[in-house]
Design a protein around this ligand. Structure first.
Ligand code: IMP
Ligand code: MG
Length: 181
């Protein structure tokens, strides 16, 4: 795996697609083990989680479950703006349903908390969060996600769904900004 350059910034290989696939399998098994109903609804948070959600949902393979999509935005460039905007809302009725939110990454926790608050207002049976990546040292709001693929240091990363200003979402491996602490 070689470095890649996006918008003049250099990114180095950080997590390979083989490692991602392994953790997707583990997280899928944990979610299946914990489900108390046969018809949970999975909510993929666009745009960043689309690739993780597709892989995870395929492995979870629960024929009586549903998947849907919502969209929130909080990042500009390589930093969180601190304010979370809902771009596309929920159309489905989640009253009394088991909800599993699929996120790409939990950084400050602002988005995750906003999601939990918005979803809890619809009176679901439960809301749990599955994230591919978690930066525990950056968390300033809310609890740790229930399911985590990888806990990572507070680096800026991209690829496998994650972007830098909408670029580089399509790589199958994950990259980290070089020299970024
Ligand atoms: P939070 O609200 O600060 O937890 O950030 C959550 C959102 O910011 C994630 O869903 C991502 O879309 C984006 N984000 C956070 N960290 C990164 C990163 O390292 N690379 C790309 N996007 C990120
Ligand atoms: Mg996101």
């Amino acid at each position: 795996m070689a470095d890649i350059t996006v918008k003049g910034l250099t990114f180095e290989p950080f997590i390979s697609h083989e490692e991602i696939a392994k953790q997707v399998e583990r997280v899928a098994a944990e979610i299946k083990r914990d489900c108390v109903t046969e018809c949970p609804i999975f909510i993929c948070v666009l745009n960043g989680a689309f690739m993780f959600a597709a892989d995870l949902y395929r492995v979870i393979d629960m024929p009586n479950s549903e998947i849907t999509f919502i969209r929130y935005k909080s990042y500009e460039g390589t930093h969180s703006t601190g304010s979370v905007k809902q771009i596309l809302g929920l159309q489905e009725d989640i009253t009394d349903r088991e909800v599993i939110v699929i996120e790409d990454i939990v950084d400050t926790g602002h988005t995750a908390q906003r999601l939990r608050d918005d979803l809890m207002a619809h009176n679901p049976k439960s809301v749990k969060l599955a994230t591919l990546l978690f930066k525990p040292d950056s968390l300033v709001e809310g609890d740790a996600p229930e399911y985590v693929g990888f806990s990572i240091p507070p680096k800026f990363i991209l690829g496998y769904g994650l972007d830098l200003d909408e670029l580089a979402r399509g790589t199958r491996d994950i990259y980290a900004l070089k020299g970024n602490e």
